[in-house]
Design a protein around this ligand. Sequence first.
Ligand code: HEM
Length: 178
Amino acid sequence: MYWQHAAFTWIHVVGAALWVGPQVYLATGWPGAARQIADTATKVEVIRVLTLRFAYLGGFGLLLLAGAGTFLIWTWRDYYAQPGEVGFWELRYGVVFTVKMAALAVMLAITALHMFVVGPRQLEAMAAEGRGEPGAEERLARTRRQSRMLSGTGLLLALAIMGMGAALSTASWSMQEW
Ligand code: HEM
């Protein structure tokens, strides 16, 4: 039981690293790299490739998180030796877990909005600006602001979710009643 818990926690943490790591790297490394690419069409293509790779890597991370997380929540009573008569939400564990899942839903919605709506609009505005189309510069500035807001909020939520995970696994705190 202990080794299973350790193994699935490991998978969970690897998933979190794959999800959060590339986001931090893109946020810190990409702006400087992008400035080195003068040709807009090339920049657009590089962004397409990078974001697609992130979708694969981060998506795989999310699968690991969900799979291992499901095991961890499925087995919590056995692992923490909690008798069935103690209600899930009577413990800090149940409440924090529920808040964590709600934060996860918001984070996923923000990621989807970024990936499927704002991101493509931003790329389209960038390509239009490269072609010198009128109004494209303002569109690009607007979508860039939206994009930064979404990625920043998504990243902060991911960090908060990780914090809640750490609180859950701190049994001396999480197994107390509120
Ligand atoms: C379906 C989604 C998820 C489920 C069901 C889930 C479930 C859990 C559970 C039950 C724990 C506590 C394990 C214990 O009692 O020791 C935990 C810990 C944790 N979770 Fe999640 N989680 C999910 C998504 C996420 C996401 C998206 C992240 C990161 C962005 C994350 C990061 C963490 C971290 C860092 C821990 C602490 C691991 C440790 O003990 O070192 N989880 N998760």
